[in-house]
Design a binder for this molecule. Structure first.
Ligand SMILES: C[S@@+](CC[C@H](N)C(=O)[O-])C[C@H]1O[C@@H](n2cnc3c(N)ncnc32)[C@H](O)[C@@H]1O
Length: 262
């Protein structure tokens, strides 16, 4: 997925202006709370994207602490640098983190694990750079089937497109099965201290914005006529999630795991 996740500068700005306020800022708050970060700690944000988790973490560690964000995508890092030039942003792969063993007190990763080339290797890397007493806190989308707005959208797309296209939409939910996450942590030599599943909500101002954002991964995989049919059917299928003011609230299951080296 990493190679398919290359983004333009425009897409990275769209991510920050649309996806971050719609859902990831609220997720980041929970993640940083669960990590119990204290003043003066060193924190790493793996697959930091435009940096929302790192920004929250910076507020917790204060001036005596440090926060580093690492991501494979330079366009995302450019937005992160623009917003917080004072934090340390590095280009790097979660599967080969460019840091020494035990370099961080806390390692965080939000909405990244499902995209990593080798998820077990990436978790092992997080354990390595967190060190024996460090904390590893990971948050990912849960099951598509427990996220009704998203499953309605996937059902519509499945009626019009081949499986490989539907799989692109499902990529966000690829590690959503709790037993898979538990097994990945075990295989990476990480114990689990806490496993919370909670229902978040993606909130955007209009159905047009929701569809533009959520159908982005398949935009160049279906022709215009098929896309128009998908959009028309999605308008009906997603009507239950549209409020009187036209805004969309789509529930999404989220898993939050707090752990450390076994
Ligand atoms: C959905 S975004 C999440 C960004 C951020 N954590 C947030 O909560 O907004 C997924 C991020 O994972 C990054 N990513 C994907 N594969 C990666 C890898 N192997 N190593 C580092 N980052 C990766 C992408 O570039 C992208 O910025």
């Amino acid at each position: 997925m990493s190679e398919t996740y290359a983004l333009s500068a425009e897409a990275a700005e769209f991510y920050e202006s649309t996806f971050v306020p719609a859902l990831f800022a609220a997720w980041a708050q929970r993640l940083v709370d669960a990590a119990a970060i204290t003043s003066g700690q060193s924190v790493l944000d793996v697959a930091c994207g435009t940096g929302v988790v790192a920004r929250f973490a910076a507020g917790r560690v204060g001036p005596s602490g440090s926060v580093v964000g690492v991501d494979l995508n330079d366009a995302m890092l450019d937005v992160a640098r623009r917003l917080r030039p004072d934090l340390d942003w590095r280009l790097g792969d979660a599967c080969a983190l460019p840091f020494d063993d035990g370099a961080f007190d806390v390692v965080l990763s939000q909405a990244g694990l499902m995209f990593f080339g080798d998820r077990t290797v990436a978790l092992r890397e997080m354990a390595r750079v967190a060190g024996p007493d460090g904390r590893v806190v990971v948050q990912v989308p849960g099951r598509l089937s427990a996220s009704p707005g998203y499953s309605a959208l996937a059902d519509v797309v499945a009626r019009h497109a081949e499986t490989s296209v539907v799989d692109l939409l499902g990529a966000y939910f690829a590690v959503g099965a709790p037993e898979l996450l538990t097994e990945l942590f075990r295989a990476a030599g990480l114990r689990i201290d806490r496993f919370d599943s909670w229902i978040g909500a993606t909130r955007v101002g209009s159905l047009d914005t929701f569809l533009a954002a959520e159908l982005l991964p398949i935009a160049d995989r279906v022709d215009a006529a098929v896309r128009d049919r998908i959009v028309a059917e999605c308008r009906a299928a997603l009507a239950p999630f549209v409020g009187p003011d036209g805004s969309v609230t789509a529930p999404i299951e989220v898993h939050l795991i707090v752990g450390g080296r076994s």
